[in-house]
Structure formats: C-alpha cells, structure tokens
Design a protein around this ligand. Structure first.
Ligand SMILES: Cc1cc2nc3c(=O)[nH]c(=O)nc-3n(C[C@H](O)[C@H](O)[C@H](O)COP(=O)(O)OP(=O)(O)OC[C@H]3O[C@@H](n4cnc5c(N)ncnc54)[C@H](O)[C@@H]3O)c2cc1C
Length: 378
C-alpha cells in the first residue's frame, strides 16, 4: 500500500502504484512498518519511551533443557518443569529467552526459539549478532551449557531498537491496531493478549460508526485512550524490570508487581466469561468490557493495585536515577505488598517464597473469591 488519502467521503488506498481501492475506514495492522503511521507521521512527537532495548533472535536445534543442564546440578525448588514453558534467563540489564517448540510428547517440531534482549545504554548498539551471542555465553557459563552441541538453523533477526510508539492511534477514517500502534519488549509476552483486547475494544466502536456512517476521530476516543495506555503501562513495567534484573533481591521484589496485576486482569476476564456463560446475554457481555475502570493497565479494575503499581514504579525509578539504594527500594516494595495484604487477590508479601504460583488451598480460595467479586469483593 503506497498511499492513503482520507477525505470527507471515504479513504482511497493506492496499492502497488496502480490499483485504487475506496473504503470507509482503515484499520492498519501493518506492525512496525505501518503505512498509516508512516504517512500521517504518527511516530513523530510520541511520548518518549522509558524502555531502551534491542533484540536479536533466531531458531536453533539441539538446545538442551533447563532440567538437564541447570536443575540437574542444583536444587531449584521449582514445582514445575521449567523446560516446558518459556524460560527467561535474567542478567544485568538484559534477558535471554529459550522457547523449545518440542515441549510436549506429541510435538513434531524440533526447533527452539532463542532471543537475547539488551538495554542499549548498558550493552551498546547492535553489532555482529553471532559474535555477541558467543560472547554472552562466554560470560554466562551456566547458560552456555544449554547450547553445547546446539546449531542455529536460520540467520539472526536484529531489532536495533525494539521499542516504539505513536503520538495518536486514531484519526478521521483510520486507526492503528496491535504492533502498528506501538511495541515495548517481548519480556511479558503481552503482545497477543493486547492485540485481542484491542480488537475487542475497537470492534464495537467500528460497528457504531458504521451504523451512523460517522468516522471522525472523536468516535474512537475510548479506543485511542486504551491503545496509548497499554503501551505506556507496558513501557513502565518493562523499563523497571530491566532495572530490577541487576540483582536477585530486586527482581524477587519487582516481579510480584507484574504477577499481581496480571492475575487481577485475568480474573476479570474469567468473571466476564463466567457471567456470560450463565446469562448468554450479549449486551451484558459488551457492557462488561466497557466498564473497565483503568483501561489499558495491568489490573484494569483495581484501584488498590494501580496505586501499588505507581508507588512501586516510582521507587524503582528513584533507584535507577541513583536517588535510592537497593535495600531501601526492596524495603519499599515489601512494605507496599504488606500493606496490600487482604486487598489484592493474592498475598505476595512473603519474599522468601519464590514460587508463588504454587497451588495451595488458600491460593485457590482467594482466586475464586476475587474471580467472583473482583475489586468490589466483600
Ligand atoms: C521478538 C518478539 C517476541 C514476541 N514474543 C511474544 C510472545 O511470546 N507472546 C505474545 O503474545 N507476543 C509476543 N510478541 C508480540 C507479538 O508478536 C505481537 O503482539 C503480534 O505479532 C502483533 O501482531 P500484529 O498483527 O499487530 O503485528 P505483526 O505481527 O508485526 O504483523 C504485521 C504484518 O503486517 C505486514 N505488513 C506491513 N506493512 C504491510 C503492507 N504495506 N502491506 C501488507 N502487509 C504489510 C507485515 O509484513 C507483518 O506480517 C513478540 C514480539 C517480538 C518482536
């Protein structure tokens, strides 16, 4: 698509320089190379991003499992088989993912996805990816054991800076969706969930606009607010995570912020689904999504969590700015979780417990209760 010309009657799209297509509205899902963002210069003047990271990633075969090379040599205490999920190795201002696609007995795919993410101000700009990866392994011998005998089966993909966003995500007769609106970092794997939620929020606004045949920006204000907020929230979450990677006590404190908010967001969706399965009322279902108190945030609905998120982020940002020490920051986070006890679905204040997803009776009971009543639980 070369050119997009919105006017009062519709949008004319010029494709391959010859074919003109006229439509009433354009939803651009073109990702980083979004034509609409490019032509409308929507990346210019966007909010400055906090995350400053780059990525190299590839596919390999013969990557050894965590259980065979690391858990075999030390007591990890993990209640789950870590090689069955996305494995993150964290280090100062960076992380490595190892995602085996042969993680269950019926798989036919021998590939393993491997990706290295680095904060640019700490690790410098992208260079020779293979040399960089080998150098990383030389400095992290326990991680290197995964890769003894492994072979890369395609070139490295290089993202010299992976974070970007947009000044606006809607305009008269167009909007940006998913990666076209912005991207932060694959750290929390929130991309696909965000895309689904974006579709869910945008679709009713498009249907409404179609009924009225009114396609002005104002009709998409709620979607725009949501889509900008999603990137802003993820940006703050990710930037502070890279700061927390520096030491185990920091990460042990900070990752509870992510997990705590994510649980609330997921439980909200489960409640909406459970209510719908009981009532089969589509209007009620649509209204349930509209009632988000904090659209685009992690919890979506919990005032208590959102204030914890803000306070914890502020503490991490003070640490990053050199205005607070590590122990002081961990103490602030610990206090926040201790104060939140009883107000969030799960108690994350026991920092000695490193496996907080362990299924206990209290854990399940607390989730069920929040799942039923949400932020307004008795
Ligand atoms: C390294 C990495 C790891 C990730 N890991 C995860 C994960 O584990 N879990 C998760 O949920 N999410 C993950 N994500 C995020 C996830 O990939 C994205 O959220 C998702 O791909 C967004 O989908 P999208 O359709 O908006 O954009 P994209 O997937 O970027 O798709 C955009 C498409 O538009 C095409 N296109 C662009 N311009 C044009 C044009 N002019 N004409 C025709 N086609 C065009 C592009 O070629 C591309 O195929 C990851 C992202 C990255 C970068």
């Amino acid at each position: 698509m070369e050119e997009i010309r919105p006017d009062a009657d519709g949008v004319t799209l010029s494709i391959n320089g010859k074919e003109n297509v006229c439509v009433r509205y354009v939803v651009d899902v073109g990702g980083f190379r979004s034509s609409v963002a490019d032509q409308m210069k929507l990346r210019e003047g966007a909010r400055a991003m906090q995350s400053f990271t780059r990525s190299i990633f590839t596919h390999m075969v013969g990557v050894k499992e965590y259980e065979d090379v690391i858990a075999a040599t030390q007591e990890t205490g993990s209640p789950t088989h870590i090689a069955q999920s996305t494995l993150h190795h964290l280090f100062d201002c960076g992380w490595l993912w190892i995602i085996p696609f042969d993680n269950h007995p019926h798989t036919t795919n021998p590939l393993c996805s491997v990706g290295l993410q680095l904060r640019i101000d700490k690790h410098g700009p992208a260079g020779d990816s293979e040399a960089e990866f080998r150098d990383f392994l030389a400095h992290h011998p326990s991680v290197a054991r995964h890769f003894e005998g492994a072979a890369r089966v395609r070139e490295w993909t290089v993202a010299p800076r992976i974070n970007y966003n947009s000044r606006e995500t809607t305009g008269d007769r167009y909007c940006l969706l998913g990666h076209a609106a912005g991207f932060v970092d694959p750290l929390f794997s929130r991309g696909l969930a965000n895309t689904f939620e974006s579709i869910n929020r945008l679709a009713p606004e498009i249907l409404h606009a179609a009924r009225l045949d009114r396609w002005q920006k104002e009709g998409f204000a709620a979607y725009e607010h949501y889509s900008l907020k999603v990137v802003e929230t993820n940006d703050r979450l990710v930037a502070n995570s890279y700061s927390a990677f520096k030491t185990f006590p920091l990460w042990n404190a900070w990752f509870r912020v992510w997990l705590s908010g994510s649980y609330i967001g997921v439980l909200r969706l489960r409640r909406i689904l459970a209510n719908y399965l009981e009532s089969r009322d589509e209007e009620q279902l649509e209204a349930a999504f509209d009632t988000a108190t904090y659209p685009g945030t992690l919890s979506v609905e919990s005032h208590r969590f959102e204030s914890l998120f803000d306070a914890a982020s502020t503490a991490m940002e003070a640490l990053e700015a050199g205005m607070a020490g590590e122990q002081e920051t961990v103490d602030v986070l610990h206090r926040l979780f201790a104060d939140a006890r009883g107000h969030l679905p799960l108690d994350f204040s026991d920092f000695a417990n490193h496996f907080i997803s362990r299924s206990t009776h209290e854990f399940t009971a607390s989730l069920l209760e929040w799942g039923q009543y949400g932020a307004g639980r008795p």
